[in-house]
Write a protein that binds this ligand. Structure first.
Ligand code: HEC
Ligand code: HEC
Ligand code: HEC
Ligand code: HEC
Ligand code: HEC
Ligand code: HEC
Ligand code: HEC
Ligand code: HEC
Length: 506
């Protein structure tokens, strides 16, 4: 055995444990060439890559290590990738014929957009689970749903005016990319090559429409969906980042999707904020109570958790609905979780592309059944039981179930008022071919179910601080909008009554 390989094994053993990672795996010749230039051309990228596990370890070293830690889930990794560190060339020259953006770059066929299918060459399981996640479909779930297109245009569309009324025209691609598709992800398109002057002379680079984007449902140039970098920022691709809540905050913080705000105001986050600096966010497997003492988003939704003696509490999942029986995000009511991550196929009993009808009947054929809901609830509760008693957990869900029932009932009442407004012709609703989201009174109704009912439910589900269920876009605002809807309708009816009295008096 050469001295080099002994050294490598020593480092591999060191690196397999938690703590800082040392660069030790041999580099391929191609990656060495990339580094020779890129250490000065894009120094931040190179330094960041060096700090991660891809620089520290080859596939062979990883597989040779502790088998309880299976970061490589591919059955078979191509021979030439096995013995070297996962360097620039290993990712950016993988599957060159599959990428529309592959270009000749200093003697190598490089592509810029490294996709989930590239990662799948080594991380097969994570990539295939992720494809079952709503996130991977977030682009089409928005774009291919005609009703959501109306919601979209009423928010990010270009405003105009006709007969004194505000009109909305579809937004351009650049606005969409910083609007709804910033989180949902853009569609990438290869537009040809462009030659630019660089520090090392003239070089050609691909022009890619829709890029940059790290949206969770991005449509890639090899046809794959999503961006693993949404949670594993390049180029350290660390597990630690994905386990910390700030990573999810980027997209889960709005008044419509307030998971982060609710979490940030919870007792759990209070403990994380005070003591989290002492926890171990790199350990695999991750031991409840020893490595961390209160949950982050990842703990409840994704992580593999074990107890002190190594027994499995719950398996890791990148299909982040494995622990979600219900969809609390009302469309427009809560409902059992959709069966398929592609929600654009859903049609309710009234033929609308929604999982519930406007009066609350679920589109059952497209939603998971009771048995599957029970399985997922058990998964989530297994997480809680790592730290809480059964009585505590039951008490929590009794309140959540009640909150779901109460908020759904409120949405039903508000929608009943909205339908009376549409029927009376005080606003142009879906029956008249109008956009149900664009007029002021329609926005009052939209806020009620999209912001306030959601916030109230999220606070109850994620043990959030009291405010998000009450005064901070919770029950207070919900009741306020309910009163506004009812009084506005009454006022219109009065005005109409007055007008018709005047008419008959003439
Ligand atoms: C002779 C020097 C040189 C070598 C060798 C080299 N690169 Fe580059 N690379 C550059 C320069 C210069 C740029 C442009 C940087 C900029 O746009 O500021 C670049 C840009 C890139 C980009 C970004 C392209 C874009 O349009 O955003 C990628 C990806 C890339 N290189 C990957 C690689 C990989 C992988 C290797 C090794 C297989 C490699 N490079 C080898 C000099 C080099
Ligand atoms: C584990 C796979 C992987 C490795 C290893 C890797 N990259 Fe990347 N690289 C990516 C991904 C993923 C992206 C994000 C592209 C996108 O989807 O937008 C990226 C993007 C880039 C970009 C364009 C992004 C920007 O901010 O300009 C450059 C340049 C680049 N990589 C250079 C390198 C260099 C140099 C190395 C070696 C030090 C390297 N990469 C190693 C996966 C990898
Ligand atoms: C050629 C194989 C290969 C490819 C391609 C690859 N990886 Fe890895 N990945 C590895 C190896 C080897 C490790 C380290 C394994 C270990 O620690 O035992 C690793 C570890 C990881 C980790 C865990 C890091 C940590 O801090 O614990 C993440 C996350 C990850 N990779 C994400 C990605 C993503 C995202 C891509 C695609 C952009 C990708 N990988 C592409 C081989 C690969
Ligand atoms: C800041 C990130 C972000 C932006 C920007 C964003 N969304 Fe979303 N969207 C989300 C998240 C997160 C969810 C998932 C909510 C949940 O399940 O809790 C989501 C889910 C949705 C859904 C449900 C889709 C389905 O069928 O699964 C719709 C509809 C939607 N968003 C509409 C929009 C519209 C319209 C816009 C632009 C006006 C927009 N979103 C902008 C983050 C975002
Ligand atoms: C770049 C934006 C982005 C980031 C970062 C992000 N999400 Fe999401 N997430 C979304 C969007 C958009 C959706 C909704 C997709 C849809 O409904 O079509 C979503 C949906 C989800 C869902 C519902 C999945 C399902 O299949 O039902 C869960 C759970 C979730 N996210 C958890 C997380 C967690 C935990 C993190 C951090 C570790 C995170 N997300 C980071 C954008 C993001
Ligand atoms: C929505 C956020 C999110 C996205 C997107 C995401 N991951 Fe992860 N990933 C996580 C979390 C959270 C963990 C930590 C799981 C744990 O603690 O067990 C993780 C862990 C990992 C690991 C380490 C597993 C191990 O054995 O230690 C790998 C490898 C990985 N992810 C690959 C990927 C790949 C490949 C993709 C794209 C297909 C991807 N991830 C997309 C959140 C995400
Ligand atoms: C204490 C555990 C816990 C923590 C911590 C937690 N969640 Fe949740 N989350 C839940 C539960 C429980 C549900 C509701 C499950 C159900 O009824 O299907 C949920 C639901 C969700 C949903 C789905 C909403 C929907 O439309 O159904 C998203 C998205 C989500 N959480 C994201 C996050 C993010 C992002 C964080 C961190 C900022 C986070 N969660 C922190 C337990 C947690
Ligand atoms: C890693 C341990 C851990 C996990 C996992 C965990 N919790 Fe907690 N939780 C705690 C700790 C510690 C507290 C604070 C107890 C105290 O000091 O009052 C807490 C507090 C709470 C509170 C009380 C909030 C308050 O302000 O009164 C609720 C409710 C709660 N957890 C629900 C859950 C639910 C539901 C789950 C699973 C979805 C869960 N927890 C998972 C550790 C955990």
């Amino acid at each position: 055995m050469s001295r080099l390989s002994i050294l490598c094994i020593c480092f591999a053993v060191l690196a397999a444990g938690p703590g800082r990672v040392q660069a030790a795996a041999p580099l391929s010749d191609a990656t060495q060439e990339c580094l020779d230039c890129h250490a000065s051309v894009t120094l931040g990228i190179v330094a960041d890559w060096r700090s991660g596990r891809h620089a520290a370890m080859s596939v062979a070293q990883s597989l040779g290590g502790d088998n309880a830690v299976r970061r490589i889930t591919a059955g078979e990794v191509p021979e030439k990738l096995r013995g070297v560190a996962v360097g620039c060339a290993e990712c950016h020259t993988l599957r060159p014929d599959r990428h529309a953006d592959t270009f000749e770059h200093n003697g190598h066929r490089v592509h810029v957009v490294v996709s989930p299918r590239d990662c799948a060459v080594c991380h097969t399981e994570e990539a295939s689970q992720y494809a079952e996640n709503l996130m991977s479909r977030a682009y089409g779930n928005l774009k291919d749903n005609p009703l959501y297109a109306k919601l979209q245009v009423s928010i990010i569309g270009d405003t105009g005016e006709k007969d004194g009324r505000i009109t909305f025209a579809p937004a351009d691609a650049r606005t969409r990319a910083v609007g709804c598709y910033y989180c949902h992800g853009t569609r990438l398109a290869f537009k040809g090559l462009e030659t630019r002057e660089t520090d090392v002379g003239d070089l050609a680079f691909p022009v890619i429409d829709g890029w940059p984007s790290q949206g969770v449902g991005r449509v890639n140039l090899d046809g794959s969906l999503g961006a693993c970098t949404a949670c594993h920022g390049r180029h350290s691709f660390s597990i630690e980042m994905a386990r910390k809540p700030g990573t999810c905050k980027q997209c889960h913080v709005g008044p419509d999707v307030p998971a982060y705000r609710v979490y940030a105001a919870s007792k759990h986050a209070g403990i994380y904020e005070s003591l989290g600096a002492h926890w171990n966010f790199q350990a695999v497997p991750w031991t409840v109570g020893r490595d961390f003492k209160a949950p982050t988003c990842a703990v409840c939704h994704a992580s593999q958790l074990v107890g002190e003696d190594g027994e499995l509490l719950v398996e890791r999942t990148h299909r982040m609905n494995d622990r979600l029986p219900k969809r609390l995000y009302g469309l427009i009511y809560t409902h059992a979780h959709p069966r398929s991550p592609d929600t654009s196929i859903i049609r309710n009993a009234d033929g609308q592309p929604l999982p519930t009808t406007l009066d609350g009947r679920p589109a059952e054929a497209f939603l998971i059944d009771q048995k599957e809901q029970g399985r997922r609830l058990k998964n989530m509760q297994a997480v809680c039981r790592g730290c809480h008693s059964t009585t505590w957990v039951r008490g929590h869900w009794a309140r959540l179930d009640r909150t779901v029932a109460v908020t759904d009932a409120a949405v039903k009442q508000a929608t009943g008022i909205m339908q009376r407004i549409w029927r009376a012709g005080y606003a142009r609703g879906p029956a008249e071919g109008g956009n149900p989201f664009d007029e002021n009174i329609e926005r009052t109704w939209t806020e009620l179910w999209l912001f306030y009912a959601n916030s109230t439910r999220f606070a109850a589900a994620m043990a959030g601080g009291g405010d998000y269920g009450v005064f901070a876009e919770g029950r207070f605002n919900l009741s306020q909008n309910m009163v506004e809807l009812a009084e506005w309708l009454q006022q219109q009816e009065k005005l109409e009554g007055k007008a018709s009295k005047e008419k008959s008096a003439e």
